[in-house]
Design a protein around this ligand. Structure first.
Ligand SMILES: Cc1cc2nc3c(=O)[nH]c(=O)nc-3n(C[C@H](O)[C@H](O)[C@H](O)COP(=O)(O)OP(=O)(O)OC[C@H]3O[C@@H](n4cnc5c(N)ncnc54)[C@H](O)[C@@H]3O)c2cc1C
Length: 470
């Protein structure tokens, strides 16, 4: 061990959730010091490894950290997101987190940051950091808490090689490589149907590959969300609140899970690529209607389970084989962005804080709220009640389990005066974002907010019956 460090909070990693946590901690606690450690050379976590054409799935308007806007609140004028608020590119997300570190965290004089460093727990609960460049090891003394922000375990194809066999001579690249294709191929095969696979298909279409030359290996069909249903600002208030109310009505009125999904689809709350195929997964992927229309242009969709092996003349899948053009470029999109559900841990766990989701797929909102609760409450049970963990999505029914915990948490936040007031001005709160620009005397909109609260209550009343069927 070469040297030692001391800090109030040791934050393991500098990904997006860690950045959101530290930002709110600095605002809500006047003197706490923070040491951040990450294997990457700059903040942003998995965004450092993402494919070059990656973008946020959600409007930038409510992504990032609480103290700094990520977007200029402009709507896209062209392209597949036309008419909707802008989606920051991966490069913009990384530049943003770098600015947060350089222009906010460092000037506070309270944040130390160790890039290219690996954290590990030593003997007797000690904390060690090792530089990945010099090899130097440091012991860290933590005066308050260790914040584990690594639970997301986000996986992207550039860091997670495919699990299937690829015969010699086959052109198979991670999605990061497709902008560097050196020559045209007769056929392009996208392996994987998560959001990354969808982005790869859209990239091929946008970059001149005719849809009939693209094949799509789709092990599972997913339920998708319509981005137009969750837009910030007064202009889109009616649609966004209408969609939320529609989801609550669907939960309140559904007699079974099958009935629930048919109501959600009918109302446009959930969508699928092929209406004749029953989705078997839900991973919170968000698309625009224009993107969905493009995805539906691919006719050669292979639904035979996961790929086992790619051979020159055929693809071997879990449920059979399909012939393949030998002049095919295979594009690997098989890493599941959400690798595995986070462990069954509470958020507040003695001298550890686990950054986990406490609102339906809003990891940064969740991390910032966790920091607020850490700064203003002292009783661990009360803190965990406000931050009950929302399960990660996997199966379609998780749409419902995520809502169940989110609704229960939201009710508790409303009852806590400090949390309630803080949330009403919190930039990452999608409800605050939706209210931006709504005039105080616009009574029609406030009636809709009240209606949404009442419908949430009706949904909560029917939840136990629906959850019992899972
Ligand atoms: C393509 C894509 C688009 C997305 N779009 C959105 C979106 O629009 N909105 C949204 O809310 N979410 C989105 N997400 C979800 C996204 O995962 C989160 O927004 C967020 O970036 C997750 O950040 P994180 O910090 O939790 O995890 P990560 O980014 O995975 O960061 C974890 C970090 O921990 C570090 N680490 C792990 N172990 C150690 C160790 N022992 N020592 C040191 N460092 C360690 C890793 O190096 C990594 O930097 C998207 C995800 C993907 C893949």
């Amino acid at each position: 061990m070469n040297t030692s460090l001391e800090t109030d909070y040791l934050v393991v990693c500098a990904g997006a959730t860690a950045m959101a946590f530290v930002d709110t901690l600095l605002t809500e606690n006047a003197d706490a010091t923070v040491l951040m450690v990450d294997r990457h050379h700059r903040p942003g976590g998995h965004w450092n490894d993402a494919y070059p054409f990656v973008r946020l799935h959600q409007p930038s308007a409510f992504y990032g950290v609480a103290s700094r806007e990520l977007s200029n609140w402009a709507k896209d004028q062209t392209g597949l997101n036309e008419g909707l608020y802008g989606l920051a590119s991966g490069v913009e997300v990384l530049a943003y987190f770098d600015q947060v570190m350089q222009q906010h965290f460092f000037p506070s004089g309270r944040v130390q940051w160790l890039p290219m460093s690996k954290y590990s727990k030593g003997a007797h609960g000690s904390h060690q950091v090792q530089s990945l460049t010099s090899g130097e090891r440091q012991q860290v003394t933590v005066r308050r808490k260790v914040v584990n922000a690594t639970h997301a375990r986000t996986a992207v194809p550039s860091t997670h090689p495919p699990k299937y066999a690829v015969a010699p001579g086959i052109s198979c690249v991670p999605v990061n490589q497709i902008p560097h294709i050196g020559r045209p191929y007769a056929c392009y095969t996208v392996v994987g149907s998560g959001k990354t696979g969808m982005d790869a298909v859209l990239w091929l279409i946008q970059n001149g590959v005719p849809p009939h030359r693209t094949r799509w290996i789709m092990p599972r069909d997913a339920w998708l969300m319509d981005r137009a249903n969750n837009q910030p600002g007064a202009d889109d208030f009616d649609r966004t609140i209408g969609s939320t109310i529609g989801q609550f009505e669907s939960i309140a009125e559904a007699t079974s899970l099958t009935d629930l999904f048919s109501r959600l689809e009918e109302r446009g709350s959930l969508m699928r690529i092929d209406r004749s195929v029953e989705p078997t997964t839900y991973r919170c992927a968000v698309v625009s209607q224009a993107e969905l229309a493009q995805l539906r242009r691919i006719e050669d969709v292979v639904r035979m389970g996961h790929v086992k092996a790619i051979e020159p003349m055929q693809i071997v899948l879990a449920q059979g084989k399909v012939p393949a053009d030998p002049d095919t470029l295979y594009i690997d999109c098989s890493a599941g962005a959400i690798v595995k559900p986070p462990p069954a841990l509470p958020v507040f766990d003695g001298d550890h804080i686990n950054l986990l989701m406490v609102r339906w797929y809003q990891p940064l909102f969740s991390a910032a709220l966790t920091a607020y609760v850490e700064c203003h409450l002292g009783d661990q049970d009360a803190m965990n009640a406000l931050c009950t963990v929302v399960p990660s999505p996997e199966a379609p029914a998780d749409w419902l389990t995520m809502w169940a915990v989110t609704l229960a948490n939201t009710a508790r936040w409303r009852q806590h005066p400090g949390v309630h007031t803080w949330l009403s001005q919190f930039r990452l709160n999608s409800v605050t974002a939706m209210m931006r620009g709504v005039k105080a005397d616009d009574s029609a909109k406030f009636v809709r907010i009240k209606e949404s609260g009442a419908k949430a209550g009706a949904a909560a009343a029917n939840l136990p019956r629906l959850l019992a069927a899972i």
